[in-house]
Ligand binder design. Structure first.
Ligand code: SIN
Ligand code: FE
Length: 327
């Protein structure tokens, strides 16, 4: 029986289909992974060695480790790039990074009261986490995940992020420039994914904006006047529980929520670089077009010395020249 129910999901006015669920040894897993298609994988045992990672255990073994904790005034934790905050924009993020020891984080989680700022630990697993936890980390099913890297010709593993979230927290819709094998250790997380082909429905912020890669659409209260094509967005959904691994393909948009279940979630992601390009084949894939668009935006920003001028130049190039009405 599933350890969750529909009442624990937030409600959105979005259409979605289900992400396929397959056993780890089903041959279809590799073909989905290698074709950049999401799949929820059962039975891989990727993180079976750390199912004991809860607040008490980690507090015992990581108590004085300094951790990155996002603190938010609401339930949304919209990531931003600090380096892209410039004096020319007004930028008031609702969630901010804060450093605290694991002990401090665990105590704040245990004594948290409704209305207080929400917390979300997002800590890279590196050798600062203490030898006991490193020993657990070594026991991940590395053979399995590295065999997927090899089969799909992904690039290097770049990092593992440990995520500990309060119930109901949300990571709003965004895409990453890496392949992500997402493993849940404790609790349930709901994912809504959108393929790169739905770029136009999701309106990501401009590349130079601190919210680069994040959708501008607030799923709780979509502004259909500003973002009319969001009505056409159609996602792929999965609820991911302990020992499950969700493959989030590179450049796929994803919204993530920890279910409103009365508990917290613990999860770990495995990020891999994109594989080297052996031979470019046409037509290009949608995610390759997204990479090109990013480069065009970056190049124009650099050439013009002011990201604020990028939009008007793109408009000058396009409007009346490449717009379908005019052709
Ligand atoms: C999350 O689990 O909240 C976010 C993970 C991701 O965006 O990769
Ligand atoms: Fe992500």
């Amino acid at each position: 029986m599933a350890g969750w129910n529909n009442n624990q999901l937030r409600k959105y006015n979005i259409k979605f289909e289900k992400i396929p669920v397959l056993q780890h040894d089903d041959p279809k897993v590799n073909s989905l992974l290698c074709n950049n298609k999401p799949v929820l994988i059962k039975g891989s045992k990727l993180v079976s060695s750390v199912l004991n990672w809860d607040l008490d255990y980690l507090q015992k073994h990581m108590s004085s480790v300094c951790c990155n904790v996002m603190v938010s005034t609401n339930h949304k934790f919209k990531y931003y790039d600090q380096k892209k905050i410039t004096p020319s924009i007004t930028f008031k993020p609702q969630s901010r990074p804060s450093s605290m020891t694991f002990s401090e984080f665990a105590e704040r989680m245990k004594t948290w009261k409704k209305g207080a700022p929400r917390l979300y630990l997002q800590q890279t697993l590196n050798n600062s986490i203490g030898h006991h936890v490193v020993r657990d980390f070594v026991m991940f099913n590395w053979d399995w995940v590295m065999s997927k890297q090899k089969i799909c010709k992904w690039g290097a593993l770049t990092s593992n992020l440990l995520l500990i979230s309060q119930e109901g927290n949300i990571t709003p819709c965004h895409y990453d420039e890496q392949q992500n094998m997402f493993a849940v250790v404790k609790g349930y997380k709901r994912f809504i994914l959108f393929p790169p082909s739905q770029f136009e429905c999701l309106y990501p912020h401009p590349v130079h904006h601190p919210y680069d890669r994040q959708s501008q659409v607030d799923f709780d209260n979509p502004n259909y006047t500003m973002f009319p094509k969001f009505k056409d967005a159609c996602g792929y959904e999965a609820v991911v529980g302990p020992e499950d691994v969700l493959y989030i393909p590179i450049y796929w948009f994803h919204h993530v929520e920890s279910l409103m279940s009365g508990g917290y979630t613990v999860s770990i992601n495995f990020w891999f670089k994109a594989g080297p390009i052996e031979k470019i084949e046409y037509p290009l894939q949608d995610y390759q077009k997204m990479a090109i668009m990013r480069n065009v935006e970056k190049m124009l920003g650099e050439a013009l010395h002011d990201p604020n001028d990028v939009g008007s130049m793109l408009r000058t190039i396009v409007v009346g020249r490449y717009t379908s009405e005019e052709l």
